[in-house]
Design a protein around this ligand. Sequence first.
Ligand code: NAI
Length: 219
Amino acid sequence: MASASRQLLARCMSTSAASAKKLAIKHVTVIGGGLMGAGIAQVAAATGHTVVLVDQTDDLLKKSSKSIEDGLKRVTKKMFADKPEAASQFIAKTLSNFSTSTDPAAVVHSTDLVVEAIVENLEVKNELFKRLDKFAPEHTIFASNTSSLPITDIANSTTRQDRFGGLHFFNPVPMMKLVEVIKTPMTSQTTFDSLMDFSKALGKTPVSCQVNCCAFMSG
Ligand code: NAI
């Protein structure tokens, strides 16, 4: 075999080995700091992930941060019933994993996973993902928490349909164990497996879905 062909073959083999490897998700960008996004950010930071929460204004992010701190106080009251010092340490450690931003394009450059939990509007979600697709590194997985929109329609706004899936959490996120991990016909097995592992790392019970249950029920 000619040396150029051997080199090409070796490159192809190493690329497919790399793309077949599950992604260990450490850095998470959560977009939308409302009811769901704040809950997702809280749980991800509490389980040791580095989390950046994004919303449109600093005032909205202040409200999200307050709701996360209140949520952590509630959770730690149960977790560390007679150990207020351990509770304070847990809250401090969790908050040290957490930061906020109003500029998603600037924060996705080193993120492993983007979880979108913004307004339930296909056009607005597509506009966001189309933009982030240009700024996020190649390995970054995109996921939407949409309740009713087809994940395929959102994934089609990007060039990374194989690295796009649904992560459908339930309200209140810190309490509800179930997460639907949604695989479109274009989602790669590696992406799906990485999202399943991430959900387990959050302490959740992931279930595999082709479509989220609310979208299915709403027809
Ligand atoms: P919400 O209205 O509480 O929060 C949405 C947040 O997104 C707001 O803070 C808003 O300022 C922000 N936002 C809107 N456009 C943005 C943009 N372009 N960039 C950055 N931030 C933006 O909404 P909620 O209830 O948290 O829902 C979010 C998503 O989660 C929706 O897709 C919804 O279908 C889904 N979902 C909601 C559940 C629920 O029980 N509320 C349950 C499961 C999924």
